[in-house]
Design a protein around this ligand. Structure first.
Ligand SMILES: [Zn+2]
Length: 200
């Protein structure tokens, strides 16, 4: 996990959003390979092993086929202009992250609950959890893979973590209109921005 991502992590518990404190065991360059992250609010601790932070309750992976969203299309839809910041890929959206990284130079990638073949490597930070364990309004874009895009809970999570006005892309049925302002939708892929109502 990219050490600077620590600033954007949050405890998954349902209390006010709080940072997590990193207690590293092993760091190589700018990557944390093992350690613990602790929540100063509720006292929970989360293990980071083999570069992967697990905050618990991640849905079990079921092989529902490859993402139909190829890296070129994904890049065009999420529409990031210029380097800096983070792009989060949820579920199967993380399967071709290396090509996504090449197409988006200078953007740090975060994979949440990726397919099992995706392992820790420079250029990707791997998180697991029953929600997106990132602070609100912290990401430049979020892509929801299959199954996740069909679930309003995960759509809300994506809308929560993306920066205001920036995009969420999903592979699935159209998102709830009270969560996402839809920009376009075709062939089971949609793109939109977080709805303003979430800011209440
Ligand atoms: Zn907590």
């Amino acid at each position: 996990m990219f050490i600077e991502l620590t600033d954007h992590l949050r405890c998954p518990a349902d209390h006010d959003e709080s940072f997590l404190v990193l207690l590293p065991d092993r760091i190589e360059g700018r990557s944390v390979l093992s350690g613990q992250l602790g929540c100063p609010v509720c006292g929970r601790t989360f293990e980071l092993e083999q570069g992967v932070l697990d905050t618990g309750n991640a849905p079990e992976w079921t092989d529902e086929g490859r993402s139909i969203l190829d890296p070129d299309a994904l890049t065009a839809l999420v529409g990031l202009q210029g380097p800096g910041g983070y792009l989060t890929l949820v579920g199967s959206a993380g399967s071709r992250w290396k090509e996504v990284a090449e197409l988006n130079p200078g953007i740090a990638l975060v994979a949440v609950n990726p397919p099992p073949e995706v392992t820790d490597a420079p250029g990707i930070s791997l998180l697991r959890g029953g929600r997106i364990p990132l602070k609100s309004r912290a990401m430049r874009g979020v892509v929801l893979g299959r199954r996740y895009a069909d679930d309003p809970y995960w759509v809300k999570e994506a809308a929560r973590v993306v920066l205001p006005g920036l995009r969420v892309v999903g592979e699935g049925v159209n998102p709830p209109p009270e969560v996402i302002d839809l920009m376009a939708s075709a062939d089971g892929i949609w793109v939109g921005t977080g709805h303003k109502e979430r800011e209440r």
